[in-house]
Design a protein around this ligand. Sequence first.
Ligand SMILES: CC(C)(COP(=O)(O)OP(=O)(O)OC[C@H]1O[C@@H](n2cnc3c(N)ncnc32)[C@H](O)[C@@H]1OP(=O)(O)O)[C@@H](O)C(=O)NCCC(=O)NCCS
Length: 200
Amino acid sequence: MDLPPRVMEVDDTLTLRAFAGEADLPELFRVIEESLEHLRPWLPWAGEHSLARTTRFLARRAELWASGEEYTYAIVVDGAIVGACGLFRRDENRDEAREIGYWLHPSATGRGVATRTARALAEQAFRLPGVDLVEIVHDAANLASGAVPARLGFIAYERRAFEPVAPMETGEDQVWRLTRDRSTADPAARAGRPGLAVGN
Ligand SMILES: CC(C)(COP(=O)(O)OP(=O)(O)OC[C@H]1O[C@@H](n2cnc3c(N)ncnc32)[C@H](O)[C@@H]1OP(=O)(O)O)[C@@H](O)C(=O)NCCC(=O)NCCS
């Protein structure tokens, strides 16, 4: 099976790198601790944050990477972890689809880091054999999250109901889709920014 690169140098300052297991524990744990207030409204796992949970999260990365289920990366800016992101296979019956997820430390927001991260992950997704659809899914009220796929030319595909868990979740998800065809045909993509530059 083709695997994505473990390190992606997105630009001069931004790197996505696969988590390094226990070696990342002190830094990742601190970054999550500092981000909790900002993450809790939207991310159910943030409500259960603990050292044991972060340890387990890091311990499972290698296995999930090898199985192709989840490619999870630390978002690194100027050498420091500022968040995490991933390319996920949510449904084993949908070989052709992957989902992108992301979160940032509050101090790393407002600079396009999530947008550049999602662009790099989508480009990577379309390099995986058979993948021609990338989705980003977020609570309909999470406007900051939705602005990321909107900037990249994803289409607002559908809304669907789910059981809310995190405090701000409304129970309605917004699903954004980008198809391989659209990512290569998008004029913004061909111009370089802010769309995708898949296949260039
Ligand atoms: C979702 C989340 C990652 C979005 O972060 P963000 O900082 O808004 O997104 P970006 O990093 O792409 O930055 C976009 C901002 O940088 C600006 N920007 C600057 N340079 C940019 C560039 N090169 N490209 C794109 N945007 C750029 C944009 O104009 C935008 O500013 P605005 O917020 O004033 O409109 C963040 O809000 C977060 O971590 N939320 C909590 C966790 C969460 O909800 N995760 C998603 C769950 S589905």
